[in-house]
Write a protein of this length. Structure first.
Length: 648
C-alpha cells in the first residue's frame, strides 16, 4: 500500500510559486552569479552566499509585474543562489585537472555532466535532512534567516515608506557594484596601482613577510562573515606566515632558483606552497572528521525520518509548507544521477575493478559530506561553509585507495581521485545552499518540494556556463604555478592544494610531517573550542576556519580581517540586533563583491579577444599602492556609514 499524503490547506492562502517569470529570472541570475563567483573563488579562494542579493534583485524586477508575490521571489533566490554554490564546487576542484596537466582545456560536456549531476546529488542527499536540521535541530542558518527578512521587508504594503525602503536596497547593491567594478578596473585593468601590497626581508637564515591584497571584495567577505571568523582566518594566516614559515626557512633551508637564493617574497611563497600549507591540510582532515562526529545524531535522525516516509500503510497529514519531494522520486533521481556519473568515471579509468569500489565510495562520501555541509551551513552560514576541507579529505582518502588498487604506475591516477573529489565538492556546496534556502522557505511558509525542484533547475543552469567561463579565465589569466600563468594569474588556492595532495600521494613526496603537525594543531584547537563551548562563550574556535587561514596566502587574510573590523565597529557604534545580515550594509558589501567579480569576468573576455593581458593598461608602471589604499579605505568607510545608518 502506498503512502497517502493529505495536504492540509485549511485557512491558508495559496500563492503562486513556480511561475514562468520566476523560472526565467532564476535561471538567468543563476548563470550570472555562477560566472561572477567563479572568478571570485579562483582569485580569492572564497565565495559568498548569493541568496540575499538575488532576493533583492528579484524584488526589484518582479515588482514591475502587478501580481508578483513573496513566494515567487523566494523561488527566484533559491534557483539563483544555486549558481554561486555550484561555482564554488567547480572552481575548487576542476582547475586541479589543468594544474596536473591531465586536461589542457575545460571540455564543455565533461564539466557540465560532472558538475551538474554532482550538484543535483547535493540537493537530493539533503532532502531527508531538512526536517532534522531545520525543524528539530533549529540551527541558526544565518543567511537563510536574513534572506527571509529581506523578502518579508519587500512584501509589506505598498506605502511610500516601503517603496522607499525597496528602492534604497536596490540602490545599495548598484552603488556597491559600481564601486567594486571601478576599483577592479583601475587596479587590474588600467594598472593604475598594484592589486597586492607586499614585501619581505631576509633576517639571517629566516624571513619576515607581510602582504595585503587591495580588494573591496575580500574586505566585503570579512564584513559578511563577521569579526569572529575574520579573526580566526587571520590568526591562521599569521601563525603560518609569522611563525611556521620563518621556522621552516631555518630548518629546511632557503629555496633556490637555478642555484641562486630566491628573492625574499618568492622564497616565502615557495616554503608556504611546498611545506607549511600542508599544516592546513592536516587540520582540515581532523576538522572534517570532528564535524562528522558532532553531527552524528542529526545525521542519523535525518536518515531515519527519510526512511519512515517510505513506510507503507501509513497515512500522513502534511501541511503544504512541510511537503518535501516524495522519497520515491528522490531515490529514482539519485539512481538517475549515479549511473551516468559511474559511466563517466569508467570512461576515464577504464578498469571496472577500480571504478566500482570508487563509485561506491563516491556515493558514501557524497552523502556524508553533504550532511556535514548542510549542518555547517546552519552554524556558520553558506559564505563560510568550509567545503574545501571535506573535498581535500575526499581526495586524500580516494588517492590512498586508488594507490592500493592501481599502484603508482598509472600517471593519470591522481586525476581519478580529483574527479571523485569534484563530484563530492559540488554535492557539498549545493547541499549547504539548499539547506539555507529551505530555512528561508520554512520561515516564509513556502513549499519545500517546489524549492527543491528549483534548486535542481538552478544547479543545471549554472553547470551549463561553467566550462565557457573557466575557459575564458584560463586563456585570459591562467593559474599561478602553471604554464598557463599570465599577468595577474589566478591563485586558485584550493585547486592548487588539491592537485598537490593528489600528486603527492602517488609521487611519494607528500610532506607528511607537516600534515601530522596540522593534525596535532587541529586537536589543540578542538580542545580549546570545547572548553569555550562548555563556558558558553560567544567567541568560538571552529577548527576549519583556522585551517582556512593557514593554507590561504596571508595577503588574502588581511583584507578579510579588515572587513571583520568594520563589522565590529558597526556593532560597537550602537545597540544592534543579533543579525546584522539583513541591512543595507550587507547589500552594499554584496554589491562590491558582485561588481569586482563581473568586471573581472568582462576584462577576461576583452583580454581573450585582444590576445594581450595588458590590453587595457594605460601605464607601464603603477602609481604605487597609495591610490589603492586611499580608495579602499574610502570604500570601507562608505560601507561602515551605510551599515551604521541601518542601526539608527
Amino acid at each position: 500500500m502506498k503512502i497517502k499524503k493529505v495536504i492540509n490547506m485549511n485557512n491558508e492562502k495559496s500563492l503562486p510559486e513556480i511561475t514562468i517569470k520566476a523560472v526565467v529570472l532564476g535561471i538567468l541570475l543563476s548563470m550570472i552569479l555562477a560566472a561572477a563567483n567563479a572568478y571570485l573563488g579562483l582569485f580569492a579562494g572564497m565565495t559568498v552566499s548569493a541568496s540575499i542579493p538575488a532576493a533583492v534583485i528579484s524584488m526589484g524586477i518582479l515588482r514591475i509585474f502587478r501580481n508578483s508575490n513573496i513566494l515567487e521571489n523566494n523561488i527566484v533566490q533559491t534557483a539563483a543562489s544555486a549558481g554561486e554554490s555550484l561555482a564554488a564546487g567547480v572552481i575548487f576542484t576542476f582547475p586541479a585537472l589543468i594544474l596536473i596537466d591531465y586536461w589542457t582545456e575545460f571540455n564543455f560536456w565533461w564539466v557540465t555532466i560532472i558538475a551538474g549531476l554532482g550538484g543535483v546529488l547535493g540537493v537530493l542527499f539533503t532532502i531527508p535532512l531538512r526536517r532534522a536540521l531545520i525543524v528539530e535541530e533549529k540551527l541558526k542558518f544565518p543567511e537563510g534567516i536574513a534572506t527571509a527578512e529581506v523578502l518579508k521587508s519587500g512584501e509589506r504594503k505598498d506605502t511610500p515608506e516601503d517603496k522607499a525602503k525597496s528602492k534604497s536596497s536596490v540602490k545599495c547593491i548598484i552603488q556597491g557594484a559600481i564601486g567594486g567594478g571601478l576599483f577592479k578596473l583601475g587596479a587590474g585593468g588600467l594598472c593604475l596601482w598594484p592589486e597586492v601590497l607586499e614585501g619581505a626581508h631576509r633576517v639571517g637564515r629566516s624571513v619576515a613577510y607581510f602582504g595585503s591584497n587591495l580588494s573591496p571584495a575580500l574586505m566585503s567577505v570579512g564584513f559578511i562573515v563577521g569579526i569572529n571568523t575574520a579573526i580566526l582566518i587571520f590568526v591562521g594566516g599569521a601563525l603560518n606566515w609569522f611563525v611556521a614559515i620563518p621556522i621552516c626557512a631555518v630548518v629546511e633551508g632557503w629555496p633556490t632558483v637555478d642555484g641562486v637564493a630566491a628573492h625574499a617574497v618568492e622564497g616565502a611563497y615557495d616554503l608556504w606552497s611546498t611545506k607549511t600549507r600542508y599544516i592546513g591540510v592536516g587540520a582540515m582532515l581532523i576538522g572534517g572528521l570532528w564535524t562528522v562526529v558532532e553531527i552524528r545524531k542529526s545525521l542519523f535522525a535525518g536518515v531515519i525520518s527519510g526512511l519512515k516516509a517510505c513506510k507503507s500503510g501509513q497515512e500522513q497529514v502534511v501541511e503544504r509548507h512541510e511537503k518535501d519531494m516524495p522519497m520515491k522520486w528522490v531515490i529514482i533521481l539519485i539512481v538517475a544521477s549515479v549511473v551516468p556519473l559511474f559511466l563517466v568515471y569508467q570512461h576515464f579509468v577504464g578498469d571496472m575493478m577500480v571504478s566500482l569500489p570508487m563509485a561506491a565510495l563516491m556515493i558514501l562520501l557524497g552523502f556524508l559530506f553533504s550532511a556535514v555541509a548542510g549542518y555547517m551551513a546552519g552554524i556558520v552560514g553558506s559564505s563560510n561553509n568550509p567545503i574545501s576541507g571535506v573535498t581535500i579529505a575526499t581526495v586524500l582518502v580516494c588517492s590512498l585507495l586508488i594507490l592500493l588498487l592501481m599502484g603508482r604506475e598509472n600517471p593519470s591516477a591522481p586525476a581519478f581521485a580529483i574527479i571523485i573529489g569534484s563530484v563530492v565538492c559540488c554535492a557539498a556546496a549545493i547541499a549547504g545552499d539548499n539547506m539555507q534556502d529551505l530555512k528561508a522557505g520554512y520561515i516564509l511558509k513556502a513549499t519545500p518540494w517546489k524549492q527543491q525542484v528549483m534548486q535542481i533547475v538552478g544547479t543545471v543552469s549554472a553547470a551549463l556556463v561553467m566550462a565557457p567561463v573557466l575557459g575564458v579565465l584560463l586563456k585570459a589569466y591562467g593559474f599561478v604555478g602553471h604554464e598557463s600563468a599570465k599577468a595577474n594569474a589566478l591563485i586558485a588556492p584550493q585547486a592548487q592544494l588539491i592537485a598537490s595532495v593528489a600528486k603527492g600521494v602517488f609521487d611519494g613526496n607528500l610532506p607528511w610531517n607537516y600534515v601530522f603537525v596540522g593534525m596535532a594543531f587541529a586537536v589543540v584547537i578542538i580542545f580549546a573550542d570545547c572548553r569555550l563551548k562548555a563556558a558558553k562563550s560567544t567567541f568560538r574556535l571552529p577548527v576549519l576556519a583556522v585551517a582556512i587561514g593557514v593554507y590561504l596566502p596571508l595577503e588574502l587574510s588581511v583584507p578579510i580581517f579588515a572587513g571583520g573590523l568594520i563589522s565590529l565597529a558597526v556593532k560597537a557604534a550602537g545597540k544592534v540586533k543579533e543579525e546584522l545580515m539583513g541591512g543595507n550594509g550587507l547589500l552594499f558589501a554584496s554589491g562590491l563583491i558582485t561588481g569586482e567579480a563581473l568586471v573581472g569576468i568582462s576584462m577576461a573576455v576583452v583580454i581573450v579577444i585582444a590576445g594581450k593581458s595588458d590590453v587595457l593598461a594605460i601605464a607601464d608602471n603603477p602609481l604605487g599602492a597609495w591610490p589603492g589604499l586611499i580608495l579602499l579605505g574610502g570604500l570601507g568607510y562608505w560601507l561602515y556609514s551605510i551599515a551604521r545608518k541601518d542601526q539608527k
